[in-house]
Design a protein around this ligand. Structure first.
Ligand SMILES: Nc1ncnc2c1ncn2[C@@H]1O[C@H](COP(=O)(O)OP(=O)(O)OP(=O)(O)O)[C@@H](O)[C@H]1O
Length: 259
């Protein structure tokens, strides 16, 4: 698949049960993850958000039973030829930077594991350019321990971009940051990931409202996906009255799982 590939996903009647578990985690999940848009997942702790992401990433194949259809559409490959997890970059709440490598080497690391032979000088120049885009050009030779939490997550974002995958799965990547740093990193991510299909897990209704093109709440046990309409304006949104109403609607929806 070429670097400009795009990927969209449709899940129909998705159900998932961990082997050895007596109950299903997901049942009857219908979800559309359109290409080059942000799909945001909310849901109470334990509802199955990370499970769904990890299943899409191919990390649970030997641990779960899956039922239902996953239809993948790409612009330059037929659906049956797509091995989804080959086209995924993953960004988690923990930045997972290796403490013994400097910032630049952390960003370059993914290319060392790629199928193609690495071109160290080319990779270095690309990583430096990405570090410039995330505002860390002057920090390339520092170690992760010398950076703040927000800076470390910007390194993680540069590393995600370095992988240049069409589908980016983000599991609460901004949750450990203070409000202003989080706001800035959300805005930066929307701009830098504009050509990617993004699935974002968050517990923060405000973050969901700012960033979602599609918004789902995983709800019930086993969980289904409830879709909520988002404003027509493009993310990242300024928080106006319409956004406030949606935030309230999300909270109302989430509260149903605590009754
Ligand atoms: N390896 C596993 N084996 C069996 N059950 C598991 C396993 N991993 C997770 N689960 C269960 O699956 C359910 C969903 O967990 P998951 O981590 O996907 O929830 P989540 O919505 O991402 O939660 P959080 O918001 O706290 O991260 C939970 O009940 C959890 O205990």
């Amino acid at each position: 698949m070429c670097a400009k590939a795009i990927i969209g996903i449709k899940i129909r009647h998705g159900g998932l049960q961990y082997r050895g578990s007596s109950a299903s985690t997901l049942a009857g999940v219908n979800m559309t993850i359109p290409a080059k848009q942000w799909t945001v997942l909310l849901g109470r702790s334990g509802s199955g958000k990370t499970t769904l992401l990890r299943y899409l990433a191919g990390l649970l194949d030997d641990q779960v039973e899956w039922q239902g259809e996953i239809e993948v559409s790409g612009n330059d490959v037929s659906a049956e030829n797509i091995v989804l997890h080959d086209h995924i970059a993953y960004m988690a709440q923990q930045d997972l930077l290796l403490p013994w490598l400097n910032v630049l080497d952390n960003v370059c690391l993914s290319s060392r594991f790629a199928n193609v032979a690495p071109n160290k000088e080319q990779d270095k120049q690309r990583a430096l350019s990405l570090l410039e885009q995330v505002g860390l050009a002057d920090n390339a030779y520092m170690t992760p321990a010398q950076l703040s939490g927000g800076m470390r997550q910007r390194v993680a974002l540069a590393r995600t971009l370095m992988q240049d995958k069409p589908l980016v799965l983000m599991d609460e990547p901004f949750s450990a940051l203070d409000a202003v740093t989080r706001h800035k990193l959300q805005t930066l991510s929307v701009s830098l990931l504009k050509d990617k299909t993004v699935v974002l897990i968050t517990h923060d209704p405000q973050e969901a409202v700012r960033l979602a093109d599609q918004l789902y709440v995983l709800q019930g046990a086993p969980a289904q996906a409830q879709q909520l309409d988002v404003p027509e304006s493009s993310p990242p949104r300024k928080l106006d009255a319409e956004c406030a109403a949606l935030q309230q609607a999300i909270l109302d929806q989430l509260e149903k799982d605590y009754e």
